[in-house]
Design a protein around this ligand. Structure first.
Ligand code: THG
Length: 368
């Protein structure tokens, strides 16, 4: 396989942790919100098993925050998402699909309610800050939309709880899933949430002071030795098995939130106002004809760089959007948009890459 390097520049932003992860041996980057996001430290399968057993520190600064502050901030956040945020509480995170006027998926951020008039949208990879600014100016809303220099460091894996307790104190063990609070390390305050893009448990530290964040990063590695801490990054295999969706990969604006399985984050009945509500009401009445499901394929490697059609003889069953070899299941696991006729999971599927054909089956999400 030919190897390429990523050409760095000011436009492709580095993070406060870049020099550290390079010292740790990062081997692949992807770009995300115009920023570097590490994709591997050399062996995805080893990293997968390590994540499920120990603890990793991730540089996920590329999950940028769009800050929406001011009198109309809650109104603007609600205008962008189909999730009903009218009862949202300060100190809680909300997974909130952002849709366009046709009900197409634009992003799936974690929304943090920081105050009655201040929110962060912790974004997946698309320019929602510009969308927010457009809506705000179009409707003359009293808000300020900005991208503060907040850089997330995630601590993930079953031993993350012990490590964070050791570094930040007992109080952090009381934090509930998708709650956040402020904690102090060496006189510096950090917003820490119990969340993260893995199903192995853990925390996300929202670093607002770069120097303090680097100090905490280094401390996690020295205090973490006894927990076998390693640098890591969102793991493609783990996140597919766990059905943590990736915007731009698993869905885009051609898909609506029902098709992504986001039903529990959609409110079409209450008296809330958001762009795309009419479209979603219509879709909910008519029903959908495709949805995201899991697939298992008898292959020992794959790299999905564009949608791959899945067949039953000559018929297209759906398209594969993300996939990776799972050393756990000894098959390729994938996330695919599957046509309604095949939702019963009974039809064997076939995938063709070049002139090589592989067989597989459809399954539910999450896969494990
Ligand atoms: N954390 C933060 N920002 C993020 C991500 C994150 N921005 C980018 C990306 N990840 C956004 N996408 C997701 C997808 C899934 C989840 C979070 C962000 C997630 N889902 C849980 C689940 O599906 O089980 C919980 C959902 C819920 O209970 O509401 O955590 O990871 N800061």
């Amino acid at each position: 396989m030919k190897k390429f390097y990523i050409a760095k520049s000011r436009r492709l932003r580095s993070t406060p942790f870049t020099s550290r992860i390079e010292n740790h041996g990062v081997t692949a980057y992807t770009t995300y919100n115009h920023m570097l996001l590490p994709a591997s430290f050399g062996n995805l399968e080893k990293e997968y098993f390590h994540l499920k057993e120990h603890v990793q520190v991730w540089d996920v600064a590329a999950e940028r925050q769009v800050q929406i502050a001011g009198k109309d901030s809650t109104k603007l956040v609600q205008l962008m998402t189909c999730r009903n945020l009218s009862k949202a509480k300060v100190g809680r995170c909300y997974y909130a699909p952002i849709i366009d006027e046709q009900g197409g998926m634009l992003n799936d951020p974690v929304a943090l309610k920081l105050a009655e008039d201040k929110w962060w949208l912790s974004l997946a990879d698309s320019d929602i800050g510009l969308y927010a600014k457009g809506i705000a100016s179009g409707l003359s809303l009293q808000v300020e939309v900005s991208e503060p220099d907040v850089n997330i460091m995630a601590v993930q894996g079953p031993k993350s709880f012990k490590l964070m307790e050791k570094v930040l104190g007992k109080k952090i063990t009381e934090l509930k899933f998708f709650g956040f609070d402020y904690y102090t390390f060496k006189g510096n305050k950090f917003l820490i949430a119990r969340s993260g893009w893995s199903k192995q448990g853990g925390y996300e530290v929202y670093v607002e002071n770069r120097k303090a964040g680097q100090m905490l990063y280094d401390e996690l590695f020295s205090a973490g030795k006894e927990f076998n801490v390693e640098p890591g990054c969102p793991n493609l295999i783990e996140r597919i098995e766990s059905a943590l969706l990736s915007a731009g990969n698993d869905f885009d604006s051609g898909d609506n939130p029902y098709e992504c399985g986001f039903d529990k984050y959609i409110d079409t009945n209450s008296d809330i106002n958001y762009l795309g509500k009419k479209a979603l009401i219509k879709i909910s009445k008519e029903g959908i004809n495709k949805k995201l499901m899991g697939v298992l394929i008898d292959m020992d490697k794959i790299e999905v760089t564009e949608s791959v059609p899945l067949y039953e003889n000559k018929n297209i069953v759906g398209d594969l959007r993300s996939a990776a070899y799972s050393p756990n299941l000894k098959k390729v696991v994938g996330i695919a948009m599957i046509k309604k006729e095949y939702w019963d999971k009974k039809t064997p599927i076939e995938l063709k890459i070049g002139d090589k054909k592989s067989k597989g089956t459809i399954c539910d999400l999450p896969i494990v």
